[in-house]
Design a protein around this ligand. Sequence first.
Ligand code: FMN
Length: 184
Amino acid sequence: MTTLVRLVYVSRPRTVGRQGDSQGRSRKAPRRDSRDDFLAMCDEILVESRRRNADAALTGVLVAGPGLFAQVLEGGRAAVSDTFARICRDTRHEAIEILDMRAVDERRFSQWTMAFSDIADAPETLVARYRHGPSLDLRAMTPTALVAFLEAVAQAQAQDNALLGAPCPTAGFLDDVVFVEAAE
Ligand SMILES: Cc1cc2nc3c(=O)[nH]c(=O)nc-3n(C[C@H](O)[C@H](O)[C@H](O)COP(=O)(O)O)c2cc1C
């Protein structure tokens, strides 16, 4: 048994001039100039994330905004920590800032090995509800508000995907994983 935790962080996608990693392997995105290229990079990230997260019993959401990634990772403490350590070494983003990491009683993203939404596609009414001022500033939100917003975005995206016949990969493995309840 392990403690269930939820990690929330933000980072800034790197858009140009990515270099090879420490073993000299060329990472996937030397130039990311257009929105299409950026979304292609997100696709690459999601394919490997969903495979690895399914193996590690991790769930969550990745939201991309202008110059921003926001991600929630939830699962066992060791699995979240290991995965986040890898994510921190990834040269596809920078300026990584943890907003919250806490033990939790239950998952908020249990349906998704990694949901994804581009904030540009989020319903305007939803964005308006969480915006204070002219633009939405995810870094300035409280962790509680940010997780609620990201959950709402993931749900809206899942509805869109269902309409388009493209369901997000689900996390049916969770029934087999036992977590201790987090202390309040
Ligand atoms: C914004 C962002 C989010 C990511 N999310 C995950 C994730 O949820 N799970 C995961 O295994 N890898 C995730 N990755 C990919 C990891 O950084 C890493 O590339 C991948 O796990 C393979 O690691 P390795 O090349 O060290 O084996 C993410 C990368 C980025 C840039």
